[in-house]
Design a protein around this ligand. Structure first.
Ligand code: BTN
Length: 326
């Protein structure tokens, strides 16, 4: 109920009477009064005036369960949402939840992680009060081969969510990263549990660098944060809400089509380095070519000097722009 009260106060911007809140949520005046007291304790500034009611006086974000729940605009993605002040890893928690019956769309968010996981066994630096760390639980009922495309759908949603939240031209560095001005602002880590052809679950973890921070030396040259790039404060809650909304929309299209055909134009329009030179670090032999975007099954098409077009599978190789990280 706290999230619902918050949503109503935020939407109304004026006083909402205790009576209206009682009727709206079918609860007693005492229950409303208690909920308001708890919200104040969480840090919300709510003014109570006799004969007028309650009003949210400051729009300050209190990053947590109720802020996120009260802003979520989706049908299924990000519902239910579990917020933790501190976790080892949201991916790990999401796996536990998925094994214990969490449904498709369940979202785990943490303010900080003590054992944030990156790809290739690396750690993901996850200080408190600074960045976005979340993992979405999915329970796909389609073929295992399609699961690798989930990361691409999330990549598109993150790039769109970042653009919507702070206006930055976010680009997708196929297949796992999001970059702004050539630097990495987001990494994604999908993990999956399968049995033969059956997918038990996929957990889709996303880390987005938001506030200014000192990055570990090994990534200092290639990492950036949203606030550093756009020069103003960015709401972590708003990013999550916008990413969830974009994801739900794009994922429903992907699921209906059974491939990425319906998302190709958007994806390729946000692809970093498209129509530029890339170097494919294939263990069977490196080569250079022009990136021509992805196809409907999510592979990157690279045109070689002789005109032949190679289909590059994610996971097998790395792709680099020839002038640096992107
Ligand atoms: C990468 O190496 O680029 C992937 C980083 C993924 C980090 C996110 S933060 C939220 C989720 N929980 C984790 O432990 N990792 C992912």
């Amino acid at each position: 109920m706290r999230a619902k009260i918050l949503a109503l106060l935020r939407e109304r911007e004026d006083y909402v009477s205790g009576q209206e809140l009682c009727e709206c949520f079918g609860v007693s005046r005492t229950a409303v009064w208690k909920a308001i007291g708890q919200l104040k304790k969480e840090g919300y500034c709510i003014e109570a005036v006799q004969n007028r009611g309650y009003r949210l006086t400051a729009k300050r974000e209190v990053y947590g369960q109720h802020e996120l729940e009260s802003r979520m605009k989706t049908g299924w993605a990000g519902r239910p949402l579990s917020f933790y002040g501190e976790l080892g890893s949201t991916n790990l928690q999401a796996k536990l939840d998925a094994e214990n019956g969490a449904k498709e769309g369940a979202l785990i968010v943490a303010d900080m992680q003590t054992a944030g996981r990156g790809r290739r066994g690396r750690m993901w630096s996850s200080p408190p009060g600074t960045n976005v760390y979340f993992t979405l639980v999915l329970k796909p009922d389609y073929r295992v081969e399609l699961a690798s495309m989930i990361t691409l759908v999330m990549g598109l949603a993150v790039a769109e969510g970042i653009h919507e939240t702070c206006g930055l031209e976010a680009r997708i560095k196929w297949p796992n990263d999001i970059v702004v001005n050539g630097k990495k602002v987001c990494g994604m880590l999908a993990e999956m549990s399968t049995e033969r052809d059956f997918i038990h679950y996929v957990v889709m973890g996303v880390g987005i660098n938001v506030a200014k921070q000192e990055f570990p030396p090994e990534i200092a040259q290639t990492a950036a944060c949203l606030e550093g790039e756009c020069g103003h404060e960015v709401s972590r809650a708003e990013i999550i809400v916008n990413v969830m909304r974009a994801f739900e929309d794009r994922y429903d299209i992907f699921r209906k089509d059974g491939n990425l055909a319906g998302l190709l134009d958007r994806y390729n329009g946000m692809l970093a380095g498209k129509d530029g030179e890339v170097r494919v670090l294939d263990p069977k032999g490196e080569y250079q070519g022009i990136s021509r975007g992805i196809n409907s099954t999510g592979e990157l098409l690279v045109e070689r000097e002789n005109g032949a077009v190679e289909t590059v599978y994610a996971g097998e190789v790395s792709v680099r722009g020839i002038y640096g990280y992107v």
